[in-house]
Design a binder for this molecule. Structure first.
Ligand code: AP5
Ligand code: MG
Length: 209
C-alpha cells in the first residue's frame, strides 16, 4: 500500500536530516519544497527568481506558487507508491489543497528555539548534492567538503540571524496552527526532535512501521 507521510516542524528542527534517511529506508521520494525552490533559484527560473526574494528574508513563498509546484511533482510516476513531504504544507490553505491525498502519518518534530538556533547557525549544506551537515553535531570528515560528493559546503542565505528570527516568527503564526489541524484529523504523531540524530531517526521509524 502506498505510504504518504508529512514531516512537520519548525525551521532547523531536523526535517531534512530525518527525511533523507527515512526515504532511503522506505525507498520513497523525498519531496522537500525548500530544496525544490532552491534548485529553481540556482537555475534562475522565473519561479526561482520570484521565490528568492521571499526565501532570503525568511518569508514564505506565496501559496499559489508552492501548491502548483507540489501538485505537479506529485503527478510524477515515482510518487505512485507514496512519498515523504518535508516543508509542505506550511499554511492551512496549503494543507486544505492536499486534503484529498489521505495521509498515513503527520510526524511533528519539536525542539526548543535555543536548540533550533544552534542547529541553524552552524548548519552547512553541500552546494552540489544538498547533503546536510553541522559544524559540531554532524561534522563533515573534511572541513568544507561534502562526504558524499566532494562538493563545496556552504551556509544557506536564510541561516543568517535576521532571517532565522523571521522564519521562527512565520512558523509560529502560519505553520504551527497545522498541529491542531492534523491532530483533529487523528493522524498527528509527536516526535521529540531534540534528541541525537540516531534517536530521532529511530523514533520516526517506530512511528511509520
Ligand atoms: P526549508 O528549506 O523547508 O526550510 P525550513 O523549514 O526553515 O527548514 P530547514 O530546512 O531550515 O530545517 P530542517 O528542519 O530541514 O533541518 P535540517 O535537517 O536541515 O524552506 C526554506 C524556505 O523556502 C522557507 O523559508 C520559504 O521561504 C520557502 N518554502 C519552503 N517550503 C515552503 C512552503 N511549503 N510554502 C511557502 N514557502 C516555502 O537540520 C538543521 C541542522 O541541524 C543541520 O545542521 C543538521 O545537521 C542539524 N541536525 C539535524 N538533526 C539533528 C539532531 N537530531 N541533533 C543535532 N543536530 C541535528
Ligand atoms: Mg530542510
Amino acid at each position: 500500500m502506498a505510504k504518504k507521510i508529512i514531516l512537520l516542524g519548525p525551521p532547523g528542527v531536523g526535517k531534512g536530516t530525518v527525511a533523507d534517511k527515512l526515504t532511503k529506508k522506505l525507498n520513497l521520494p523525498h519531496i522537500a519544497t525548500g530544496d525544490m525552490l532552491r534548485d529553481n533559484t540556482e537555475k534562475k527560473t522565473p519561479l526561482g527568481i520570484k521565490a528568492k526574494s521571499f526565501m532570503d528574508k525568511g518569508l514564505l513563498v506565496p501559496d499559489e506558487v508552492v501548491i502548483e509546484m507540489v501538485r505537479q511533482r506529485l503527478k510524477q510516476d515515482d510518487c505512485k507508491d507514496g512519498f515523504v513531504l518535508d516543508g509542505f504544507p506550511r499554511t492551512i490553505n496549503q494543507a486544505e489543497k492536499i486534503d484529498d491525498l489521505n495521509f498515513d502519518e503527520v510526524i511533528n518534530l519539536q525542539a526548543t528555539d535555543d536548540i533550533i538556533i544552534k542547529r541553524l547557525n552552524n548548519r552547512r549544506v553541500c552546494s552540489k548534492c544538498g547533503s546536510i551537515f553541522h559544524l559540531d553535531y554532524i561534522k563533515p570528515k573534511q572541513e568544507g567538503i561534502c562526504d558524499k560528493c566532494n562538493g563545496k559546503l556552504i551556509q544557506r542565505e536564510d541561516d543568517k540571524d535576521e532571517a532565522i528570527k523571521e522564519r521562527l516568527k512565520v512558523y509560529r503564526s502560519l505553520t504551527e496552527p497545522l498541529i491542531s489541524y492534523f491532530k483533529n484529523k487523528g493522524i498527528l504523531v509527536e516526535v521529540d526532535g531534540s534528541k541525537t540524530p540516531k534517536e530521532v531517526f529511530e523514533s520516526v521509524v517506530r512511528v511509520v512501521s
